[in-house]
Design a protein around this ligand. Sequence first.
Ligand SMILES: *Cc1c(COP(=O)(O)O)cnc(C)c1O
Length: 714
Amino acid sequence: MNTVDKFNSHLVALSRNLWWSWNPHIIKVFRDMDPERFRTSNHNPVLMLGEFSPAQIERLSKDAGLRARVDAAHRELVDYLDEPRTWASVHAAPLRVRPVAYFSAEFGIHESLPIYSGGLGVLAGDHLKTASDLGLPLVAVGLFYRESYFRQRIDRDGNQHAEWVRSPAETLPAKPALTPAGRPIVVEVPISSSETLLAQVWEIRVGRNQLLLLDTDVDGNTDENRQLSARLYFGDQRIRIRQELLLGVGGIRALHAAGIHWGGLHLNEGHSAFATLEYTRLRMELTGADFASAAQDVAQSTVFTTHTPVDAGHDRFSPELADGHLGPLRQSLGLSQQDFMGLGRIRPHDGHESLCMTVLAFKMSRYANGVSALHGRVTRKSWQVLWPHHREDEVPVGHITNGVHVRTWLASAMQRLYTRHIGPDWRTRLSDPESWVRIEDVHDGELWETHRVLKADLVHFVRRKVGEQRQNNGYSDEDVKAARALLDPDALIIGFARRFATYKRADLILRDFERVKRLINDPKRPVQFVFSGKAHPADRPGQEVLRHIHEAMRAPELRDRVVFIENYDINVGRHLVQGVDVWLNNPRRPQEASGTSGQKVLLNGGLNCSVLDGWWAEAYDGLNGFAIGDGTSHVNVEEQDRRDAASLYNVIENEIVPLYYDRDEHDVPRGWVARMKRTIRTLGWRFNTDRMVIDYTRECYLPAAGAQTSAMPK
Ligand SMILES: *Cc1c(COP(=O)(O)O)cnc(C)c1O
């Protein structure tokens, strides 16, 4: 191969395995090829490389420095893929034979692959990356949303506009998944006696593992069905049940067609629970077992993670809708109407009760868990009805607290600081508490200075983004220009970004407008806020919260000190969590099952200020951040909101502001830095996905693989 061809083929190989997305130095190689184009492609190397002409590639290949970096990056990828000694090779050998099949309705791996909406998807993405790093064999299954989740724009009156943009497959790192005989996989999912969905299957490489995505945009489907997999969380219950059939039934068929012999099934949320039924059918077909014993075998190897205590978060399908779609599945299992529907009902014989995906998932899995200690307790209480003979604390639902994939979320400057002070191997010892003790030896000034640099990056990002937004939304030239001076990098910055579900109370801080104006405009110790987040297009109250914030921002006293970044995504999230001083989280307890955005902040040196809900209820020790409220809930929502707002103001005024602005003679806030260190030392090792995936492996995957009483014939 000549030099240009080799250069090009290495770039193509690098761009087609998402491993690059959690390696900042590889991202930098792509960026340095053409910074502007990399940015406008939404950091998508496949799209960017596709836009280069052969002459441009040739010119780039003449740059010896770049060529050497591409060579080295490619070698690193090959070494990573070939590494025989991994955590899993030692601790999870049985899974080498039978990988885990991981089902999720969304995957948030990188902003350039927009098939996620929020925390559930980002958690799934972080899970995949970690499984790859640990060498844990896992095949993920999801849907190929060609129009993704919507792109958000907010007009000058504060109205949210949802724009759906289609990504052509050739701009994504996807290729058709093949059968062992080398034919592209197309699966059929019957949804009634007269209608069958067809789906092609795409494969995306995520480090050492693969992600299979189903796509109904194929010839042979009706126009309506072609559109079925286009949009995430969009459309009525009829679309929803069809998408979930596609994910569950189609997903199992795709795995089978690909010749994959999986061991455990992991349902990341109940959306994919039909997978357990299709798997049962397949076992009946291949082993000749009857429904009861096949279903029992499936349950023995199935792990179900539930993610929300919010009732509307559990899909329920009316008996009519279920009848209209599940007939073929029911018949293939040889079940009566009542026995089939009973699998998804609390009271199996109640003909009026809907089919609930969460109930189905609980009944069809032997391992079930919530995503924080508190959420585990709340889940046992809410679903005790399914285990009428158990006491609440005996309900067989445990918890594995969520974490985040550190290499994805941690700023490069902090990674370098840890390499210097924690040790060159800190990345492979993330979940070891001992390694983080050394953070106490880092000079306060060095840690603070690193944080200040990251914060300056954030301010720069905010100014550019808000300038672009104002331009797109028809603001005056002065307003566009004024964006260049937004935010003071030396003043406290509090960040708040998440989905605008109403229980997350994005506008809680605005309850007492006079008080918040005083806070923000304190001449010596001002406070600044950066908001970001999307409200679901059907969520009117969520959009009202957004409008409320938008309106408040227009008050002259708040200008320049409160900003909103449109279109919250992984990119916006990464900039925010790396640069803020404080991350604010004020959901109505106990509705935030875990929350993960605050975990992204902590190794970056930010401090959490949060209601004692989700992960924070088990993380806060009095000195490693700040708490809102006293860890109780009130039955009266209005009363709870009033109390939490009062507590929030008190914490900011009496704890956060004084500590932040209390400086030594070198302008270093020693008390604040002490909290940063305590955060890193006490929380870094626990709230990462290394610890989380290791917990899943030990507590669920290994026992589930071992419990397969009658392994399926290969
Ligand atoms: C981490 C993340 C979330 C989850 O945030 P929560 O605090 O758990 O609500 C949602 N969206 C994006 C883009 C994220 O990166």
